[in-house]
Ligand binder design. Sequence first.
Ligand code: NAI
Ligand code: MG
Length: 343
Amino acid sequence: MQNQQHEKPLTLCVIEGDGIGHEVIPAAIEVLKRVAPDVVIRPMHAGWEYFQKHGTSLPEETVQAVQECGAVLFGAASSPAYPVEGYFSPIVRLRRTLQAYANLRPARYLPIPTSREGVDLLVVRENTEDLYIGHEHTENEGRVGIAEKVITHDATERVSRLTYELAVRTGRNKVTIVHKANVLPQSDGLFRRVALEISGYYPEITTDELYVDTAAYWMVKDPTRFDMILTPNLYGDILSDMAAAWGGGLGLAPSLSLGDKIAIAEPVHGSAPDIAGKGIANPTAAIMSTAMLLRLYWNRQEAAQRIEEAVYRTLAEGDHTIDIYVQGAISTAEFTNHICNNL
Ligand code: NAI
Ligand code: MG
C-alpha cells in the first residue's frame, strides 16, 4: 500500500458527481476539514450532469488532477438506463485508467436497528477485470448474448497480495477465497490457484475457500463467520451489496478502491435520484469512505478513528437520517453537525 510522501501536503481531488453526491460529499469534506485541516482540497467535475453540458462524463483535466493528487473522493454518477452515444460511467473508467485494482468494502455493526450485531467483515473485490471488461456481443440476429469473462494471473496476484498485506496490517485473522472453480476451472480456477499460492506466504492468516453460492448462503445465514473475503469482480459486487445490508443499508456503506499509486474513496451507493436535492441523504457512507482513505492510504490512524467514533456515537445517541427509519429523522446538514460536534 502506498502512502503519499509526508513532506508534500496531502491533496484530495473531490468529485461530487450527480444527485446526492452534491449533498453527501460536502458533508464528508466538512468532517475531513475538522480532523485533517492540512489536506488540500481540489474540486473537479465528472458525471452525467457534466456530460449533458459539456459532452464528456470525464474531462481529461479531471483525470489529470486525480493522478496528480493520488487520492480522490467520488460521490456518485448517474447512468442513463438507455445507451447514450459517447457516455460512459466515469467511475468505472477512473478505476480502470488509474488501475485502482482492489475495491475494499467493509460491513460493520453500527448501533442502529437495521444493522446486525457481531458483523465486522471486509470484502476485497478485484476491480479491473472479470465480466466487467465489458466485452459483449450478440450473435444469431440478437438471439444470443455473449460476454467475455477475463481473469489474469497478474491481476489476481496483486489483489491477493494486497488482501493479505492488509490482513496483517489491520489485525484481521482469516481470508475466505470465494470463486466458482468447479464450474469455471480455467478462469475462476486460475483465481483460486493464484490466491491460494499467495496465501502460502502468510501462514499466520487462516485461509479457507467457498463457492460463491455457498458464500451467499452464509452471508444471509450467518455473516459473522466472515472476516475477509477475497473474490473476483462480479462476486465481490454482489456479496458486498449483501453485506451492506448487515451494516445497516446503502446509506452507510463505504468503500475504498486502491492501486499502487491511487486511492478512490467512494460510497457504495449511487446518485439516488429519488431523494436528490431534498437535503435528506445519509452522509455516513461518504464520511466513512473518507475515514478509510485516512486510515488505509494516508496512514492517519488517529484522524480516521476520530471520525469512526463520532459516527458511532451520533448513531448511538439516536440521531439518524430517513433511510435508517422515518420517525424523528433529521436532515443531512443536522446529522453532519451532530457528527462534527462528536468529533
Ligand atoms: P442508489 O444507490 O442511488 O439508490 C438505491 C436506493 O437507496 C434509493 O432508494 C436511494 O434513495 C437509497 N439511497 C442510496 N444512498 C442513500 C443515502 N446516502 N441516503 C439515503 N438513501 C440512500 O442506486 P440506484 O437507484 O440503483 O441508482 C441510481 C443512479 O445511481 C443510477 O443512475 C445508477 O447508475 C447510479 N449508480 C452510481 C454508482 C456510482 O457512481 N458509484 C453506484 C450505483 C448506482
Ligand atoms: Mg454494486
